[in-house]
Design a protein. Structure first.
Length: 178
């Protein structure tokens, strides 16, 4: 898409908030929208070889809860060496009504329609390298969430990873370990 100069990878940079200091396995941000060194990233990747999927999910909550919506996507990669499987989870913040639904016979007021967000698993993909199966594909990463602007077609578009793409990724991953 010709966005190499726009897509800044910060690798394992440590980020701090008032509540937590955390280092992601890899992270990215759009330089034109967030050019300063201290600007937060839009997408974080967390991987677990020895770290449990439960712990990775806690990490997703940390990234999504502590920056007021700055982080748009967290991808978790949970890897089982013995089973030769990989679970990829996509997490985002989703709105949750702060109050119960407004009864049909009552008009909505600002206090009744205020919403908050909560980290939510959007997708789970399982790649089994023993049987060469991929369940839950494709994985789509929305351009607007990563670059904080709409894509300009035809060159710019969402990033879509098909079952074939994900299977090839897993095959390459396991080949490096042999």
């Amino acid at each position: 898409m010709g966005l190499e100069e726009e897509f800044d990878s910060l690798g394992t940079t440590k980020f701090k908030t008032l509540r937590v200091s955390k280092e992601g396995d890899s992270a990215f941000k759009p330089l034109s929208i967030r050019p300063r060194k201290g600007d937060w990233l839009t997408i974080f990747l967390e991987s677990g070889w020895s770290e449990s999927l439960t712990r990775l999910r806690q990490d997703a909550h940390i990234w999504l809860e502590n920056r007021g919506g700055d982080v748009k996507i967290v991808l978790l990669f949970s890897i089982s060496r013995t089973a030769r499987t990989m679970i990829i989870e996509k997490w985002e913040n989703h709105p949750v009504p702060a109050n119960p639904p407004v009864p049909a016979n009552r008009p909505a007021t600002r206090s009744m329609t205020r919403a908050t967000t909560t980290p939510t698993q959007i997708q789970a993909i399982t790649i089994d390298s023993n049987s060469n199966t991929v369940n839950g594909a494709p994985l789509t990463l929305e351009f607007r969430k990563i670059f904080l602007r709409q894509a300009v077609p035809p060159l710019e578009h969402d990033f879509t990873f098909t079952a074939q793409d994900l299977s090839a990724f897993a095959t390459d991953f396991w080949a490096v370990l042999q």
